[in-house]
Design a protein around this ligand. Structure first.
Ligand SMILES: Nc1ncnc2c1ncn2[C@@H]1O[C@H](COP(=O)(O)OP(=O)(O)O)[C@@H](O)[C@H]1O
Ligand SMILES: Cc1cn([C@H]2C[C@H](O)[C@@H](COP(=O)(O)O)O2)c(=O)[nH]c1=O
Ligand SMILES: [Zn+2]
Length: 294
């Protein structure tokens, strides 16, 4: 069997040995056409037969139709199916173990027979685009996408219907995170596990991660170790002078710190930035010659 890291990742599936000769506990990235034999449980089986009717959206299989027609007392109305979806959020500073926790949870879901798909932002190209990778080098194949809304179309409706669990890493980079999670959990019955930064290097809300907290079944904030004193680190300090919010990087650019070293570190970095700016002003010939220099 090809290593899972070499195959184009489409879906993780725990495949019964009868179907493939693989041990059921092995996780393998399978191409979508491969029949997925586990965990594909139709939502319609959860709707009592007495009230199950033709789906209101014939184009969608009964598994995903968000509503069914109920006939009775001469009235027809769309009543949403009880959603079996879930949303779980894993957040915290860099190096806190968010991706590690996500991988562990997804492996457990797959080992329990559920079909798993993994997405990350294509902006995070630190370790390549075909896998999610922890700072320790653990990896699993994934889809690298510009946004979440294209996932269902890219995977294909039939394959999307068979997915039970969707893992999302680097969630802070997806602007459409809230809409996607809402639809996937509330209407499509998916379990969504989201890993991302709650705050940026300024400790401001990063992307839409905090916007899905009110939608979540569970929220886990992890901590790292402060690089300067070893205490719990809740924040990420940027060691360089760049000021844009999005700056891809690892330990070369960022370090996890406790509150004390965040505050003191910010002072040092701001002072260094001001020194750099004043040096630039005094050495930049254009600025010196400019009649507008105050
Ligand atoms: N200062 C640090 N504190 C905690 N873990 C660190 C630190 N520096 C490096 N690491 C390593 O980073 C790993 C976590 O990596 P990862 O799961 O990718 O974190 P995250 O996704 O939160 O950035 C830890 O298991 C640890 O081995
Ligand atoms: C704090 C902060 C981080 N980023 C970037 C840096 C990394 O590429 C990712 C976070 O990776 P991890 O999996 O959490 O280690 O986000 C950024 O662009 N802006 C920031 O302020
Ligand atoms: Zn500290």
């Amino acid at each position: 069997m090809q290593s899972i890291c070499k195959m184009r990742p489409l879906l993780f599936a725990s495949i019964s040995s009868a179907a493939t000769g693989l041990s059921p506990r092995r996780i393998s990235a399978v191409a979508v056409p491969t029949p997925l034999v586990h965990g594909v449980q139709s939502l319609s089986r959860r709707v009592p037969a007495s009230i199950r009717r033709k789906p209101s959206c014939p184009a969608l299989s009964s598994r995903v139709s968000a509503c069914h027609h109920f006939e009775g007392q001469g009235t027809m109305m769309d009543v949403p199916l009880p959603s079996s979806g879930e949303i779980h959020v894993i957040c915290g500073p860099m190096f806190a173990g968010k991706t590690t926790a996500l991988l562990r949870r997804l492996q457990a879901e797959s080992s329990s027979g559920r079909n798993v798909a993994i997405i990350k932002s294509e902006k995070d190209n630190r370790y390549g685009l075909d896998s999610i990778v922890t700072h320790d080098g653990l990896r699993m194949p994934c889809w690298a996408l510009p946004d979440l809304s294209t996932f269902r179309a890219m995977l294909g409706i039939e394959a999307y219907d068979k997915v039970d669990v969707i893992g999302i890493d680097e969630a802070q980079f997806f602007e459409d995170l809230r809409d996607f999670c809402c639809k996937a959990a509330d209407h499509d019955g998916k379990t969504i596990i989201v890993a991302g930064l709650d705050g940026d290097y300024r400790r401001c809300s990063f992307g839409s991660v905090l916007d899905i907290i009110p939608l979540a079944d569970s929220v886990t904030k992890l901590t790292a170790r402060c690089e300067l004193c070893g205490k719990q680190a809740f924040f990420t300090l940027r060691k360089t002078a760049e000021q844009q919010t999005e700056l891809i990087g690892g330990a070369d650019v960022y370090m996890p710190v406790c509150r004390h070293h965040y505050v003191s570190g910010q002072v040092v970095i701001e002072a260094a930035r001001l020194v750099l700016e004043s040096q630039k002003t005094h050495t930049d010939p254009f600025i010196q010659a400019s009649p507008y220099t105050i």
